[in-house]
Design a protein around this ligand. Structure first.
Ligand SMILES: Cc1cc2nc3c(=O)[nH]c(=O)nc-3n(C[C@H](O)[C@H](O)[C@H](O)COP(=O)(O)O)c2cc1C
Length: 165
């Protein structure tokens, strides 16, 4: 199979997550194309499945990510997809957690998932939340390993589907 990993990124953190995901797809024996949504108007969007990720900004995916989904979703009707996001880390202190939740819960990833689903892409139930320590990064420890594990679960779900279908 061939996968597309499309991402937007201002400071490079979501890009790092996307690169780790693409690496893992390759390691699992598939072809992959990385698409930097912010840099290319013409991109390789020919895949059997698609992963889409964005930094969270004011609880939203970036405008460019939205435009990208609108552009490609017709091509992926009935095909599998998954969403990922970067967000600020969740504070461990419960009071701070409560305060931060309005910026962190139902963030870019859930919105990507909803929008892609609406367009007919068969989205993976789980959304990957990758946390940054601060606005500019870096990513929280172990995030790249978690990203690879997420990809393996996603790919496993395709195999299960294949067996059932
Ligand atoms: C203008 C602005 C708005 C932001 N809004 C949110 C937000 O609503 N929730 C959140 O968790 N993080 C927010 N952040 C932090 C970003 O999620 C963080 O900068 C991003 O994940 C870094 O990814 P990147 O390096 O790929 O750009 C915001 C950052 C900026 C600069």
């Amino acid at each position: 199979m061939k996968g597309i990993v499309a991402f937007d990124s201002m400071y490079g953190n979501t890009k790092n997550v996307a690169e780790a995901m693409a690496d893992e797809i390759r390691a699992q024996g598939h072809e992959v194309a990385l698409v930097n949504i912010g840099q290319t108007l013409k991109f390789d969007d020919d895949g059997d499945f698609i992963l889409i990720g964005s930094p969270t900004r004011m609880k939203q995916m970036t405008f460019r990510t939205k435009r990208f989904i609108k552009k490609v979703r017709k091509k992926y009707v009935g095909k599998p997809g998954a969403a990922f996001e970067t967000t600020l880390r969740v504070p461990t202190d419960p009071v701070a957690r409560q305060k931060a939740s309005k910026w962190i819960d139902n963030a870019a990833g859930e919105k990507i998932k909803a929008m892609a689903e609406e367009g007919g892409i068969r989205m993976f139930g789980e959304v990957l939340r990758a946390e940054v320590v601060d606005t500019y990064g870096p990513l929280m420890p172990n995030t790249l390993d978690r990203s690879r594990e997420f990809v393996r679960r996603f790919l496993d779900s395709l195999q299960v589907e294949g067996r059932e279908g």
